[in-house]
Design a protein around this ligand. Structure first.
Ligand SMILES: *[C@@H]1O[C@H](CO)[C@@H](O)[C@H](O)[C@H]1NC(C)=O
Length: 301
């Protein structure tokens, strides 16, 4: 139990960094371990804002990537991964055509799992290259960062944070398989929390509740393939048995890009903060009376 009461201190560090950094506050050193693709586009805005508030931002990324390019508001540190650009593009983007295909549900499921597996393997390999890169780890360790900001969709940053004994702040939309609930030991009642892909609401009939219990089982397999390698890697580096849930419990702070206007209400823990909308920096104001033409069909049709 003792460990549970240690959480608030690093959580406070994360919270202070994010929320209370007024003028005159001392800048911190933030190590950013992002997820490539659209995830990075959301995180980039947070990185820019933190830089604007006087923090030193260092982004670490594989040298082959889609969107993570040099910018003037962070220092980019890259490391090599064992792929050519062609292999990388093929593995990551080769299956995107599936989105437009029409095929039997089971075949689609199987093909999607295959595609997820190959993508997961690329990120796993990249993570191994990072964590086993002695020179880079030594350099990061010597840089005395205050906190790691990371997207846990593949929890490489979480393992790195633990390895460097730094508090981790997770930045995410959501995580499958209820790993946020499990990692924080948050209450998680199936009776009113609609599960991913079920299309249930927070008011369920009995059959819907049964569906709510069954759907997560199929996802468990996908989460097993995606996340178990990080638990193994953490076990190896930390020289103790680490489970997938342990890896997700490394977070001191969870910043969710959502809110209860968009999502159904759920229990949360004190280290979960909802920051929905922060990635909508370029929003247009809504007019009081919309300019959308709603075509109302004539009565009786
Ligand atoms: C980081 O540096 C500290 C102090 O020199 C050392 O004790 C620790 O083992 C290093 N950690 C890693 C992961 O290299």
């Amino acid at each position: 139990m003792a460990a549970r009461f240690l959480v608030p201190l690093p959580a406070l560090v994360g919270l202070l960094l994010f929320l209370c950094v007024g003028p005159g506050a001392e800048g911190g050193k933030v190590l950013v371990v992002p997820m490539d693709g659209s995830h990075w586009l959301s995180m980039k805005e947070a990185v820019q804002e933190l830089h604007g508030r006087g923090h030193q931002m260092v982004v670490v990324s594989p040298d082959l990537n889609m969107h993570i390019k040099e910018e003037d508001f962070f220092t980019l540190t890259t490391y090599a991964i064992p792929y050519t650009q062609d292999e990388f593009n093929h593995l990551l983007l080769g299956q995107t055509y599936l989105v437009f295909e029409r095929m039997h549900f089971l075949k689609m499921f199987w093909k999607s799992v295959e595609s997820l597996k190959s993508v997961a393997l690329v990120f796993q390999r990249s993570c191994e290259e990072l964590l086993r890169n002695k020179e880079l780890v030594r350099q990061l360790n010597a840089s005395s960062f205050d906190v790691v900001l990371t997207d846990p969709v593949y929890p490489c940053g979480a393992v790195l944070a633990k390895y460097l004994s730094l508090p981790a702040v997770f930045f995410l939309r959501s995580i499958p398989c209820d790993l946020d609930f499990e990692g924080t030991r948050c209450p998680n009642p199936s009776s009113y929390i609609p599960r991913l892909l079920t299309m249930n609401s927070d008011h369920m009939t009995f059959p819907q509740r049964v569906k709510n219990m069954l759907y997560p089982l199929a996802l468990k397999y996908i989460c097993h393939i995606s996340f178990t390698p990080y638990a193994s890697l953490a076990s190896e580096l930390l020289q103790r048995e680490v489970s997938v849930v342990d890896v997700f419990s490394f977070a001191s702070m969870w910043l969710f890009r959502g809110d209860f206007v968009l999502d159904y209400p759920r229990p949360i823990m004190p280290n979960m903060v909802f920051i929905g909308g922060i990635n909508c920096g370029h929003r247009k104001p809504l007019s009081q009376f919309g300019e959308i033409n709603v075509k109302v069909p004539p009565l009786g049709q």
